[in-house]
Structure formats: structure tokens, C-alpha cells
Write a protein that binds this ligand. Sequence first.
Ligand code: ZN
Length: 182
Amino acid sequence: MNFCSECGHPTQHQVPADDNRPRHVCTHCHTIHYENPKIICGCLVTYQDKVLLCKRAIEPRSGLWTLPAGFMENGETTGEGALRETWEEAFARPKLGELYALTSIPYISQVYLIYRAELETPEFASGPESLDVQLFAADEIPWEQLAFQTVTKTLQHWVEDQKSGHYPLHSIELEERIQARV
Ligand code: ZN
């Protein structure tokens, strides 16, 4: 941020009094512009023993497969955001289940919340941000063509949990970029 969103004057990156890290501080009205992590919510949608994946039509990672998920909007719950993103990207209206994967990605300041969600009928279609939407059995998942490391980790848990039929909440922390994937 180079200019203050309150008054339009330039900001400086400095540590405010009584703080311990640099912030964008307005040189004119002295407003401190805090920046905090972004929340991304989405669904691990299943139909029978298959999982719904979307092939991204947009950058980053266009052409690779992901779970339907996106930035939470103001004024909605995380579950509502997860279902909204699932509709926007996959035109699917599953029944929302429990929170399944919570991923912290501190190096890009993002938090992912992925809920389990179940389709009663296999009705879905590509939304504007998807090239394709398909159901995959555990042994059909395109591991080499997944868009994000958090998606890979979440699907690894799902494949493992499918064997026991128990789906506890998984807390995932991504410490570093692996294979240049986020
Ligand atoms: Zn200002």
C-alpha cells in the first residue's frame, strides 16, 4: 500500500509505537493499515465413493485440478462461503458436512477451511472459473496435476480416511514451497 485509503496521502512502512512489526502508516492522518491473513473456504464434495475436482480455467495454476474453494466474503459464514464457491465453480449444491481440513500457509498468509459435503445426485457443471468438473475415485485422482499443495494434502487424508470411514478434522501446516507448488 503506497497511499492511504482514508485520506489519499502517502504511507510509510514503519513500526508504530507499542507495536512490534512494520505496518503501512499514513504520513498525514496517521491511520495504521493492518494487513492480516486471508481465509479461503471450500468443499471436499463427494458423491458415493468419488470426490469432485475442478480443472482451473484461471491463473494461477490454470489447467490443473483443485477443490472448489475461494476467498471468504464479508458477511458470510465459512460454511456459506464454502457452499457459494462450490456453486460458482462447479454448479453443485451438496449438503454441507463437518469441517475437514484446516490449513495454515504462513508464507503467503492464507488459511484454508475445507468442509466435507455430499451430493445426493451427481449434478454439476463447469462454472466460469472451471474448464472441467469431474468425479474421481481414490485411485483416479490426478496427483501430478493438482493445483495446490494444500489440495494434495487434503486429498491424501481423504484417501486414507476412506479406508476406515472416519473423517476427523485434519490440521495442516505448510512450511515451505514444495515442487514450486503453493
Ligand atoms: Zn491517511
